[in-house]
Design a protein around this ligand. Structure first.
Ligand code: SIN
Length: 324
């Protein structure tokens, strides 16, 4: 069903500043039986998906943002994954056995209130500024969908390759479920499963293609969902054609250079960006007792030690595998 959009709440000029077409041109849909679920088919202006994909690969993984590699590497080693990976990615051939760059080992990045994967909580002690451009994009999209004064406070970027998947889960760590959850897709396509309120409810499968935006709100805000497969884009080329118009400005040499690296990465990968408002108006984080703080700390350090051990085991294994 066609979704009603509020095209007067986002001027064409403001949509354009976020890299979006005028809202009147968007193709947005709802799903019968899933109130609050919305799907917008690639509403980006030509060239702008490349901008957002580059932000996800070059800018957002930088410190002070947090990523999976921080669990077993020092902040110095993960300071700038792009710089450390770009030459290896540029030279990358089609051979699977080549050693992976750090960017290819990236699985997730958190922004704003950094989600704690162990405690499944956000906390005021783990906060860094949310990227202004992504907050602006999220505000335009949510306003067009009828949500006013959405504040982008936390983001999770997931980096997928053809062998990656994301298990079934519900995003319930935020404190105000009246605020929508939005998710942007870039690169290769994915099969997305939209489940029900219970884990065992049969899911509805759908494709997510590059540029698509999904909104979970209302009674769909807390539905189970998963990404079981990443698949090559259906057009058959190495990259979907919407990623072929690179220029958002006067295509300088360095931009072309950067895009060459992004394109190489995206030929075999997909990035999703989910944006959340953590606190409702007037809400604040619950005060944790000392006991809870210790428990959270123990959980996090247990996880860190566990990951260290795993990564040491893995690096021993990959050293063995990599040796001639
Ligand atoms: C998520 O559920 O957090 C991400 C979904 C996606 O990869 O599109």
């Amino acid at each position: 069903m066609i979704a009603p959009l509020n095209s007067t709440s986002v001027s064409d000029r403001n949509a354009c500043k976020a890299g979006l077409q005028p809202v009147s041109k968007w193709k947005a849909y709802t799903l019968a039986g899933y109130p609050g679920f919305m799907f917008i088919l690639d509403p980006f202006l030509p060239g702008w998906q490349c901008y957002w994909a580059k932000q996800c690969l070059k800018t957002y993984p930088r410190k002070p943002n947090i990523c999976n590699l921080d669990l077993h590497m020092s902040p110095g080693e993960t300071k700038d994954l792009w710089e450390q990976s770009k030459e290896r990615l540029r030279r990358k051939g089609p051979h699977k056995r080549e050693a992976k760059s750090l960017l290819e080992k990236l699985r997730w990045v958190t922004l704003g209130y950094h989600y704690n994967w162990e405690t499944k909580k956000y906390s005021p002690d783990r906060f860094t500024a949310f990227p202004v451009d992504l907050a602006y994009l999220s505000e335009q999209v949510t306003a067009a969908c009828g949500f006013h004064q959405f504040k982008a406070e936390a983001g999770i970027l997931n980096y997928y390759h053809f062998d990656s998947s994301l298990g079934i889960h519900v995003d319930e760590s935020e404190m105000d479920y009246s605020k929508p959850l939005l998710s942007f897709s870039f690169g290769q396509s994915a099969v997305f499963l939209l489940g029900g309120q219970k884990k065992q409810d049969p899911p509805l499968p759908m494709f997510l293609h590059s540029g698509d935006i999904m909104i979970m709100s209302g009674s769909s805000r807390l539905l189970y969902h998963a990404v079981p497969r990443v698949i090559p884009n259906l057009e058959g080329g190495l990259l979907p054609s919407c990623l072929e118009h690179t220029s958002t400005s006067n295509n300088q040499h360095s931009e072309k250079d950067d895009w060459e690296i992004c394109a190489k990465y995206l030929e075999t990968s997909r990035v999703s960006v989910s944006v959340r408002q953590v606190l409702g108006v007037g809400q604040s984080f619950p005060v944790e007792s000392d006991y809870e703080k210790i428990e959270d700390f123990q959980l996090s350090s247990y996880h860190q030690d566990y990951c260290m051990e795993k990564s040491e085991q893995k690096s021993v294994m990959s050293n063995v595998a990599d040796s001639p």
